[in-house]
Write a protein that binds this ligand. Structure first.
Ligand code: ATP
Ligand code: MG
Ligand code: MG
Ligand code: MG
Length: 573
C-alpha cells in the first residue's frame, strides 16, 4: 500500500468522551469514527486490524475442526419466544417490526438460530460432533455503551456452537475450543488469563472467560499466582468482592452523618481536606432487583458546583441512582451483585476516575449506602496499595488464602475478550433439537457456545500495548507490519529509488508494508506512524544512503539500527 492512495487521517486531539487510551488512540489514529452512541464506522485503517483479528480466529477455528457459516443479523421473534429469551433477555435485545407488524430482533447472539439449524439438519449420531461458527455483527442495546469499541452497541463477534451426542463428548468439544482460544490469544501477542466464569443468564454449568489483563478492564480477576486457580470476581463461588479501601495503615473510619445518601450529608462533608478540583463524592445505589446487576452511580462533585443546586434536588441521582445532569458530572458505574453492596465495595469504580481527575487525593468521603453513615479514609489517590479482596465484605485482603487451598490470592483487572460455555441441553430441549442415537432412539443434542469479541479485541490489545506516543501493535495485529519513510521523497531520486525498491522487495516477501510517499516532513511521518503503531519503521534518507545504510526503528525500541542497503531487509524482518 502506498500512503498517497490510502486514507490517513490522524488527529491531534481525542474526543472529550474518550475516557481510556484505546478509545482515544483508535480515534486519533483514524481507525474508527463515531456514528452514534456505541456505533462506529470502522475506517480503512481500523478494518485492516479487524481483518487480521478475524484471520487468526478463522484459522484456529478451522484448525479445531469448526465449520464457518453465516446466520442473519435479523432473526424472527418466534425462535426467541420458543426459548423464552424474548421475555428474559431484557432491554439489551433490540426488537424491530417489519412492515407487516411481525416481530424480529437484531441478534445479540445466535443460540436460537443455530439450534433451529441443528434440529433441521442433524438427524443421526453419524453426523456428530459438529461445530459451526460465524463472524457476524451483533447488536446489544447496552445501557451504557462506552470505551469505544470495547463496549459498543453494534459490534462484531465470532460465535461458535458445538453439537454432540452426549455430555462426555460435549466436554471434549469444550476442551478443543478452550485450547483453540489459548492459541488464538497467544498468536495475537496478548497477555491474558483464562478464568472460571459465572455462567449467568446463558445457563449451563461450565464456563471460562478469556481476560486480557489491563488496568482499565471492567472485570476483576482473582487468581493464585502459584496454581491454576483463577476466577472472575463475579463468579458465584468466589466468596469475594473487590474493595479498594485504604491500606491497613489508613483504615476506613465510619463517620456518623445524618441522612447518609442524601445531598445534605454530602454537603456536610465538604469541610474535609479534599483537593481543589473536587469537593466531595457521593455514591448512589439503584434499588436492588432480584437476580439483576445493581447499578452504582458515583458522582464527583466539583468545587465549583453550586451547593444550592444540590440542595434544590437537582442531583436526583443521589437518591435515585440516576445521572447528575450537568456537563461537569463525572460518572462511574459498574455492575455488582445484589448483596455485595456495601460501604466499602462501592469504592471500586471510583478509583479510575479519581486517578485521572484528582491528583494526590488521599482523604475522601464515601458511602451513602448505609443509613446515617459515611466513611472516610478510603485511599483513592494515586499510590494505592494493591486492591484489597473482601469476602462478603468482611475484611479479607489480597494475599489471603486461595480457595484451592494452596498459597494466596492476587487480584487483577481484565477485559473479557472471549467466553466458552458448556450449555448441555438448555437450548436443544427448548427447541426440541434431537438426533437418532445408535439404537434409533431420539436424544437431545448436547451443546456448547463459544464467543470472541472481535472488535473489542482491538481496544483490549491497545490497552495493553501503547505508550505516550500512540499504539504499539503486536505484529500479528498491526494494520501494516512495516512502514517505509523516505526523507525527501519529492527531492531525491536516490531516496525514491531505494524506498521503492525496498517496498517492492518486502511486498514480494509477503510483508504487509506501506510506503509513505506523501512527501511529508520526517517529523510528521514519524508522529503519524508512532500514533498508528506500525511495529517497524524503515527510514531512507540521502545522508544515510551515502553511507550505504538505511535506518530501522522498532516501535518498542529506544535505539534504531542501521542496516546495510546491500544486505536488504530479508534477514532483519
Ligand atoms: P460483558 O460481560 O463485557 O458484557 P458478555 O459476557 O455480555 O460481555 P458474551 O455474551 O459472553 O459477552 O459475548 C462474547 C464476547 O463478546 C465477550 O466475551 C466480549 O468479548 C464480546 N462482547 C460482549 N458485549 C460486547 C459489547 N457490548 N461490545 C463489544 N464486545 C462485546
Ligand atoms: Mg454483557
Ligand atoms: Mg461477561
Ligand atoms: Mg461473557
Amino acid at each position: 500500500m502506498r500512503a498517497s492512495q490510502f486514507h490517513i487521517s490522524t488527529l491531534k486531539e481525542a474526543p472529550a468522551e474518550a475516557e481510556i487510551a484505546s478509545h482515544q488512540l483508535m480515534t486519533r489514529a483514524g481507525m474508527i469514527r463515531k456514528l452514534a452512541g456505541g456505533i462506529y464506522n470502522y475506517m480503512p485503517l481500523g478494518l485492516r486490524v479487524i481483518r487480521k483479528v478475524e484471520g487468526i480466529i478463522r484459522d484456529e477455528m478451522q484448525r479445531a475442526g469448526a465449520l464457518e457459516l453465516l446466520m442473519p443479523l435479523v432473526q424472527p421473534a418466534e425462535l426467541w419466544q420458543e426459548t423464552g429469551r424474548w421475555e428474559l433477555y431484557g432491554p439489551e435485545l433490540l426488537r424491530i417490526k417489519d412492515r407487516h407488524g411481525r416481530d424480529f430482533v437484531l441478534q445479540p447472539t445466535s443460540e436460537e438460530v443455530i439450534t433451529d439449524i441443528a434440529r433441521n439438519e442433524i438427524h443421526s449420531w453419524r453426523q456428530l460432533p459438529k461445530n459451526f461458527f460465524h463472524i457476524q455483527t451483533k447488536f446489544r442495546d447496552e445501557r451504557r455503551p462506552r470505551f469505544g469499541v470495547m463496549r459498543g452497541r453494534e459490534f462484531t463477534m465470532k460465535d461458535a456452537y458445538s453439537f454432540d451426542r452426549d455430555e462426555a463428548s460435549a466436554q471434549k468439544s469444550y476442551d478443543v475450543m478452550y485450547s483453540a482460544y489459548m492459541r488464538i490469544f497467544e498468536r495475537m501477542g496478548l497477555t491474558f488469563r483464562a478464568v472460571a466464569a459465572d455462567t449467568g443468564s446463558i445457563g449451563g454449568s461450565r464456563s471460562h472467560e478469556f481476560q486480557v489483563i489491563a488496568d482499565t478492564g471492567e472485570d476483576l480477576l482473582v487468581y493464585n499466582p502459584d496454581t491454576q486457580y483463577a476466577a472472575n470476581i463475579e463468579l458465584a463461588e468466589a466468596p469475594c468482592l473487590i474493595a479498594e479501601r485504604a491500606a491497613a495503615a489508613q483504615p476506613l473510619t465510619k463517620v456518623s452523618t445524618p441522612g447518609a445518601g442524601k445531598c445534605d450529608a454530602v454537603a456536610e462533608m465538604l469541610k474535609l481536606p479534599l483537593s481543589q478540583q473536587v469537593k466531595t463524592l457521593a455514591i448512589a445505589v439503584e434499588p436492588e432487583t432480584a437476580g439483576q446487576p445493581v447499578e452504582i452511580w458515583a458522582l464527583l462533585l466539583r468545587a465549583d458546583h453550586d451547593l444550592n443546586e444540590i440542595k434544590a434536588g437537582k442531583i436526583e441521582g443521589l437518591k435515585r441512582g440516576f445521572r447528575f445532569a450537568t456537563d461537569d458530572e463525572i460518572v462511574a458505574h459498574f455492575g455488582c451483585r445484589p448483596g455485595f453492596i456495601g460501604p466499602i465495595g462501592t469504592a471500586k469504580p471510583v478509583r479510575t476516575i479519581v486517578d485521572r481527575t484528582v491528583a494526590n487525593m488521599n482523604d475522601f468521603v464515601c458511602g451513602a449506602n448505609e443509613a446515617d453513615f459515611h466513611y472516610t479514609g478510603a485511599n483513592w489517590g494515586r499510590d494505592l496499595p494493591e486492591p484489597t479482596l473482601v469476602a462478603d465484605l468482611r475484611n479479607v485482603v489480597a494475599g489471603d488464602p486461595s480457595p484451592d487451598g494452596n498459597g494466596s490470592l492476587a487480584i487483577q483487572r481484565g477485559i473479557e475478550v472471549g467466553h466458552v460455555f458448556y450449555l448441555g441441553t438448555k437450548y436443544s430441549s427448548a427447541l426440541k433439537a434431537t438426533y437418532l442415537d445408535e439404537t434409533g432412539k431420539p436424544a437431545l443434542l448436547e451443546m456448547g457456545c463459544y464467543g470472541i469479541g472481535v472488535t473489542r479485541l482491538l481496544g483490549a490489545a491497545i490497552e495493553q500495548n501503547h505508550d505516550a506516543k500512540g499504539i504499539m501493535w503486536p505484529r500479528a495485529l498491526a494494520p501494516f507490519e512495516v512502514v517505509i519513510c523516505p526523507v525527501g521523497w519529492g527531492k531525491s531520486e536516490a531516496v525514491r529509488d531505494e524506498a521503492t525498491r525496498l517496498y517492492e522487495q518486502l511486498q514480494a516477501q509477503g510483508v504487509d508494508v506501506l510506503l509513505d510517499d506523501r512527501d511529508e516532513r520526517p517529523g510528521v511521518m514519524f508522529a503519524d506512524w508512532e500514533l498508528i503503531g506500525v511495529p517497524v519503521r524503515v527510514t531512507v534518507g540521502d545522508r544515510s544512503l551515502k553511507d550505504g545504510v538505511i535506518e530501522l526503528q522498532g516501535r518498542r525500541d529506544s535505539a534504531s539500527a542501521k542496516v546495510e542497503v546491500a544486505r536488504g531487509l530479508e534477514e532483519t524482518l
